[in-house]
Design a protein around this ligand. Structure first.
Ligand SMILES: Cc1cc2nc3c(=O)[nH]c(=O)nc-3n(C[C@H](O)[C@H](O)[C@H](O)COP(=O)(O)OP(=O)(O)OC[C@H]3O[C@@H](n4cnc5c(N)ncnc54)[C@H](O)[C@@H]3O)c2cc1C
Ligand SMILES: NC(=O)c1ccc[n+]([C@@H]2O[C@H](COP(=O)([O-])OP(=O)(O)OC[C@H]3O[C@@H](n4cnc5c(N)ncnc54)[C@H](O)[C@@H]3O)[C@@H](O)[C@H]2O)c1
Length: 498
């Protein structure tokens, strides 16, 4: 089953569409609300299995990820990484003597978002036989979705078997004094801006804050990062945030931790913004980005008609079924269920949930249980993530402190990536660090984190080791090629086996 698209990367898959008897208008086996990457994959999956499906979207098919998140942010970051790689190697360094060409970077970003036009994603839906209804979908009782269509009319879609809510998340904007007047950037502005602000304050030291600080500093802004915790990337191993903070400072950014913002002021709509801090200090900038987390898009979704609270994350079981709603017909998949706010994890959920819907329609028992075909177990045990900062941070599974808080007897191995031959060849003065976290009783890995240039493609080996629960003793027979950065595994495993 081909599931990915060659170019767009976020959507669901191509393939045949089997159809049963002719459909009664607006009655479908499955109704999907939200055509982000997750809704697309789910719709494609159930369609390929022969069910009829309709998808509702009120903005762009492809969702946040294609137009205001993963794709444009990575398009902004990749040129900076390429330049940094060249500058880190004597011989290549001499060939690059200028800064990034910001206009060219922004134009390349616009190509990746197709200038915010979703025609190609709509074509893909057509190609897999999934009809699109443009408009706002809201639950209207059991198995029903009322759509306020883009032309102002309304329409009720009825599902025979399941409704899948895939409406994603939105940026949370803290209720600071002056926030409306300041017109702060959210992640949408930070990924779609067409000009480089001279000075940019980034509030929040999570993934969005760190990536956007990296991108805009490289594009020429003078960036100030204001993180209220005592480190950047607080959910990751501590060394990751330390390396990223050091690198941002080396690039000229002002990185402040333990700092909270108490108010914003922008008396002149075209003028600068003053960011007021809890220590009484102020920072004047041209734009301020609030990268302060995400909330579910459930506040206007008709949840009261099925007994749920508007604005809440939708709690689901491992097959992504909303267990609080009787009848087992409502699924919530992707960001909206809050399990793991990542495109690849949401698409994984969509494959699992789509297959669970199909199995249940066929009267088969869903294969639940840990690592069952219809259980998104990896959401709990093996979430993978890459932060495309400088240096990159790639992680899977549990950090040491996560593992300890789950009561696991933890064994940790740490290594300096810069000491590996492959790393020293990759970049002069390579700086990076790696950590494996093992369950000492079971003798298997439960987590891994790599921080350094070019570590992103090292992640999947660790993901396979964690998911497959490969015994550490057997991993000793997995020989990394010389001279690659992956040779760091040798030292890490030796430490674990001591
Ligand atoms: C700046 C940024 C960078 C990111 N980078 C990465 C990355 O590199 N890698 C990664 O894995 N993840 C990344 N993420 C996270 C990723 O964007 C999300 O996990 C992903 O988009 C979730 O997909 P989704 O389909 O659940 O939701 P979304 O992509 O949000 O799609 C939901 C869709 O539902 C539609 N919708 C909502 N309500 C309704 C309604 N009532 N009726 C009809 N349609 C509706 C919306 O318009 C939208 O199109 C990033 C996030 C941000 C903010
Ligand atoms: N490369 C990637 O995979 C990627 C990139 C971007 C986003 N994402 C996903 O999007 C999600 C959201 O990212 P995010 O960075 O918006 O959220 P986040 O939860 O990772 O970080 C938000 C940060 O803002 C801080 N914060 C919250 N309120 C604040 C306030 N009032 N003042 C100051 N700081 C405040 C929090 O302490 C936290 O550290 C991530 O969890 C991640 O799953 C992934």
């Amino acid at each position: 089953m081909a599931e990915e698209r060659a170019q767009d990367t976020t959507g669901g898959g191509g393939g045949k569409t089997a159809r049963g008897a002719a459909e009664t208008a607006d009655v479908h086996d499955v109704v999907v609300v939200g055509a982000g990457p997750v809704g697309e994959v789910l719709a494609g999956r159930v369609s390929q299995a022969g069910l009829s499906v309709v998808i509702v979207e009120n903005e762009l098919v492809g969702g946040e990820c294609s137009y205001w998140a993963c794709m444009p942010s990575k398009a902004l970051l990749r040129p900076a990484a390429a330049l940094s790689d060249a500058r880190a190697v004597a011989g290549a360094r001499q060939a690059v003597d200028g800064p990034l060409d910001a206009a060219a970077v922004l134009a390349r970003r616009d190509d990746f978002t197709h200038d915010w036009d979703d025609s190609s994603q709509v074509e893909w839906l057509d190609s897999v036989g999934v009809p699109l209804v443009r408009g706002v979908g809201r639950l209207a009782g059991e198995l029903r979705v009322a759509v306020e269509t883009s032309d102002g009319s309304s329409r009720v879609l009825t599902a025979r078997h399941a409704v899948a809510v895939c409406t994603g998340s939105r940026a949370l904007v803290p209720d600071l004094p002056g926030v409306a007047e300041a017109r702060p950037w959210t992640s949408r502005n930070a990924t779609s801006a067409s000009e480089v602000p001279g000075r940019l304050a980034v509030v929040g030291g999570g993934v969005v804050g760190v990536e956007m600080a990296t991108a805009w500093q490289a594009l020429g802004s003078r960036v100030t990062v204001l993180a209220r915790g005592d480190a950047l990337l607080p959910r990751m191993e501590p060394f990751a945030g330390e390396l990223v903070a050091r690198s941002l400072r080396d690039a000229g950014a002002d990185v402040r931790t333990g700092t909270s913002v108490t108010a914003l002021r922008r008396p002149d709509p075209g003028g600068p913004v003053t960011v007021v801090l809890d220590d009484g200090g102020e920072v004047e900038v041209d734009e301020v980005l609030l990268a302060t987390g995400r909330g579910p898009r459930t506040e206007d979704l008709g949840l009261v008609t099925v007994g749920l609270e508007p604005g809440d994350w939708l709690r689901v079981d491992d097959s992504c079924r909303v267990d609080e709603v009787a009848g087992g017909w409502l699924y919530a998949v992707g960001d909206v269920n809050g399990r793991a706010l990542l495109t690849h994890q949401g698409k994984y959920q969509a494959r699992v949930a789509g297959d669970a819907v199909v199995a249940r329609v066929r009267g088969e028992a869903a294969a639940g249980g840990r690592w069952g075909a219809h259980a998104a177990t990896a959401d709990d045990e093996a979430v993978s993530q890459v932060v495309f900062s400088h240096p990159e941070v790639a992680s899977v599974g549990l950090t040491a402190s996560d593992a300890e808080s789950r009561g696991i007897r933890v064994r940790i191995a740490d290594a300096d990536l810069g000491a590996v031959a492959g790393a020293s060849l990759y970049a002069d003065g390579y700086q990076g660090h790696a950590r494996l976290v093992a369950d000492a009783d079971r003798g298997v890995l439960v987590g891994a984190t790599f921080a350094g240039p070019a570590v992103t493609e090292m992640l999947h080996a660790a993901t396979v080791a964690v998911v497959a629960e490969v015994p550490v003793e057997r991993l000793a027979h997995a020989v990394p090629a010389y001279p690659t950065i992956s040779e760091v595994w040798l030292g890490l495993l030796a430490e674990l086996r001591d």
